[in-house]
Structure formats: C-alpha cells, structure tokens
Design a protein around this ligand. Structure first.
Ligand code: GLN
Length: 211
C-alpha cells in the first residue's frame, strides 16, 4: 500500500494522520530526510510556522524536500504549512525567519485576520470539490495576498481573499481541513499523489525500455 507522510515536527500532525487513516491510507509521521524517500506525498500541518520552519532546517529536511518538490512530489500544506510552502512570507517580526520551501508562487501574510477574528469558521465553495460547500476552520490563519501565474485559486472568502490554491502537485489551504469530518480535500490530494505515482512509474518503464 502506498504511504503518505505527515511532517511531524509540531502542530496538528496527529489529526492529519487520523484523517488519512480514515481514508484507508497508510499514513506515517516524517521527521528525518530518509523517511521522505519512503512516502509518495507529504502533508505539512498547521501549527507555528516559525517553529516548524526552524525544525525543518535543524532536521536537514529543506534541501531534500525542495529537490523532491521540483520533481513533482505532491505536498499539501495547511495553515502554517501554507506559510512554509509560499515563495514570499509577510508579517514576520525581525526575530524570526522561516525556512521557506518556495514551492508555490504566492505571497502570504501570517496571522493576517487580526486579533478579534483570528479564529473563525465559514463555508467555502471549493472549485475542485463541487457542492456541497466545505466547512472551513481558520485558526490564526495566513492570508494569500498575491497569486502568481501558474497558481490556481481553489477557494476564496466572500470578500475575494483567496484561501486555497494549487500549483502543479502542491496544494495549500489557509484553513484546517483535518479538524472537520469532511475528508474531500485529503481525497483530492490523494488523487494528485496517484497521478504522480502513475506518471513516475510510466517514466521508469520508459527508462528501462530505453536502457
Ligand atoms: N499563525 C500561525 C503561523 O503563522 C499559523 C496558525 C495555524 O497553523 N493554525 O505559523
């Protein structure tokens, strides 16, 4: 059975592992670069992007992950995970740096929804899922402020703020899909993983034929 990794440095990784297991997928925590080789895709959970970013660097995962993503390895980042995937991060104070994976051509602002409403829930129409709408939980969420070419916005708030996006095999949401019973976004990610696995098997087959 194919394995999917969940980055398990800090944050809501246990909930993502549980969501994947509910879908019948072998989900494993990932902490070391070697563990990345055993999985067909990776979820980067919500939590504290500064902490996860620091640990990504300390555990020497950044280089390996960047290499894999450049080759089409599917990654799904939620909330802090989205911050780590973004090309540009705004709203970091001078004391923090986030090891950026730079995997999606978006600019995000951390903790962008202000104190009073820094946590809220809303129903979203998500293009790739279709109806019914998706109940989305935002917790001190980032906001996507700029979207580059090649990035498909999957969902926006009523005021037009994009909150879910995809670029190739990289998907990011500003909210926490692992905190509700709706597993459609995890399923959508698994369909990208399946597509990528089929493609790389095809490429391997061609390489063998050519050899
Ligand atoms: N505010 C957090 C950050 O920037 C994200 C919060 C979350 O993942 N729920 O890291």
């Amino acid at each position: 059975m194919k394995k999917i990794g969940v980055l398990a440095m800090q944050g809501a990784f246990a909930e993502h592992i549980e969501a994947l297991r509910r879908l019948g997928v072998a989900a494993v925590p990932v902490r070391l670069p070697g563990e990345l080789k055993e999985v067909k895709g990776l979820i980067i959970p919500g939590g504290e992007s500064t902490t996860i970013g620091k640990l990504l660097g300390e555990y020497r995962l950044v280089g390996e992950l960047k290499k894999l993503i450049a080759k089409g390895f599917p990654v799904f980042g939620t909330c802090a995970g989205m911050v780590l995937l973004a090309k540009e991060v705004r709203g970091l104070d001078g004391n923090h740096s986030v090891e950026l994976l730079g995997a999606m051509d978006i600019a995000v602002r951390r903790n962008a929804f202000g104190r009073q409403v820094d946590s809220f829930e809303t129903d979203l129409d998500i293009s790739v899922l279709g109806p019914p709408s998706f109940h989305a939980v935002f917790i001190r969420a980032p906001r996507i402020e700029k979207v580059g070419r090649g990035v498909e916005v999957l969902a926006s708030l009523a005021d037009g703020t994009p909150v879910a996006a995809r670029q190739g095999n990289v998907v990011a949401t500003a909210f926490h899909p692992e905190l509700t019973a709706d597993l459609r976004l995890h399923k959508h990610f698994l369909s990208l993983v399946d597509g990528n696995t089929r493609e790389s098997q095809h490429e391997q087959g061609n390489a063998q034929q050519e050899a």
